[in-house]
Design a protein around this ligand. Structure first.
Ligand code: NAD
Ligand code: UD1
Length: 342
């Protein structure tokens, strides 16, 4: 498919893996990323894997003129995947205004430009955090949207609503993809998760503890009402998430909207505890991790995992990677990164 796609946040973790998958599926990719939360070295990794240099608009999408400039240069964009956002739950609790301003203004500017330039096919990065503390597991797309547990999650709930309202007003073709816990790295170890500060998420914290960059992993809470007392999440390989975006765009570009849905869960469909992640990591990588049990982390839901049946059936998408693949590829990437930086 030789269509042109705009990937906002394409230098970030999920965006960069998706750029690779799109290029490998014949799409032409233009990126818009102001590098506020990423490192331009990622573009070298993308080029090493795909052999392509990707054009990046490095302005802030929260500025309307930055967004207009992209579409003035590329009026033939056939689809937009909107990853660019701030994503740290804890930070959003401390700096709510920053989260609403960045995440919502960027979205509003893009949607306004879609109307102005007559663009369609808008894919939005949403999150399982829109479900809050779900009543039933696995959670499916019809589960009620509960009160958001953080300003970050609230930006995703509001974002989804704004897009739905734009569709009602002027027929914007869109899809909302709700990710569970993306983790792991490209099998080449040329790109992977590259937090600009101390990582907040479990898997990069584990890998950096394993290489000795961080001293000790704290497992937040071992007194939850789960089998081993630690929280349960649905970890999905970032390459499976990337492939789902390519599948989503192909579906939107080739099938009438009556044949697909507006909302899809992207998870592996299985719950794994934090302790299971640690133990599996130790086993497959042959490493002893330095960890301790610590206090619960504010804002954590106890257990969540998703029903991914709809995405598998309607998007012609299937999972290719296991939980073990996630933890192995994440470690390979971390080791490669350490060697490169030495
Ligand atoms: P990331 O921080 O690695 O990537 C986001 C990218 O967007 C960064 O490169 C950053 O520089 C860019 N960006 C942010 N604000 C911008 C702005 N105003 N203008 C231009 N660029 C801007 O995050 P990620 O993990 O790749 O997440 C991508 C998307 O997926 C986000 O919307 C996030 O909320 C969502 N999501 C992520 C997870 C996860 O666990 N990683 C889970 C659910 C949903
Ligand atoms: C959350 C959101 C997700 C959001 C993501 C962005 C939920 C259910 N999910 O993921 O939508 O996009 O943040 O950052 O709200 N943990 C430790 N020690 C650590 C780090 C984490 O024990 O050092 C535990 C956490 O307490 C949690 C699990 O590991 O139980 C996963 O945490 P994390 O990787 O941060 O992701 P979520 O909080 O699930």
């Amino acid at each position: 498919m030789d269509k042109k796609v705009l990937v906002t946040g394409g230098c970030g973790y999920i965006g960069s893996h998706t750029v690779v998958d799109l290029i490998e599926n014949g799409f032409e990719v233009v990126v818009a990323d102001n590098l506020s939360r990423s490192n331009p070295v990622v573009f070298e990794g993308i080029e090493a894997i795909t052999g392509r240099k990707v054009e990046n608009f490095a302005g802030d999408l929260a500025e309307p003129a930055v967004v207009s400039a992209i579409f003035e240069k590329h009026p033939d964009i056939a689809g937009i995947i909107h990853f660019a956002a701030y994503k740290m739950v804890g930070e959003s609790v401390l700096e709510p205004y920053m989260y609403y301003r960045n995440n919502l203004n960027s979205l509003l500017n893009l949607l306004e430009a879609c109307k102005q330039f007559g663009l369609q096919n808008f894919v939005f990065s949403s999150s399982c955090s829109v479900y809050g503390n779900a009543d039933a597991l696995p959670v499916n797309e019809n589960a009620p949207i509960k009160d958001a547990e953080s300003p970050y999650a609230h930006t995703k709930q509001i974002g989804e609503q704004i897009i739905e309202q734009c569709n009602a007003a002027y027929d914007l073709n869109y899809m909302l993809l709700r990710y569970f816990n993306p983790a792991g790295a490209h099998p080449s170890a040329l790109i992977g998760e590259l937090p600009i500060d101390r990582p907040q998420n479990l898997v990069p914290y584990i890998t950096k503890t394993a290489t000795g960059e961080l001293e000790q992993l704290s497992i937040f809470g071992n007194d939850y009402p789960t089998e081993d007392g630690t929280c349960i999440r649905d970890y999905i390989h970032v390459m499976d998430i990337a492939a789902a975006h390519t599948a989503a765009l192909k579906t939107m570009l080739t099938k009438p909207s009556s044949e697909w849905s507006r909302v899809y869960n992207l998870g592996a469909g299985e719950g794994k505890s934090v302790l299971e992640a640690v133990q599996t990591f130790e086993k497959i990588n042959g490493i002893k991790l330095n960890y301790r049990f610590a206090e619960r982390r504010a804002g954590d839901v106890i257990a969540i995992y998703g029903d991914n049946k709809k995405a598998r059936e309607e998007l012609n998408w299937e999972l290719k990677y296991s939980f073990e693949d996630i933890l192995k590829s994440a470690y390979d990437w971390e080791v490669a990164l350490k060697e490169k930086n030495q």
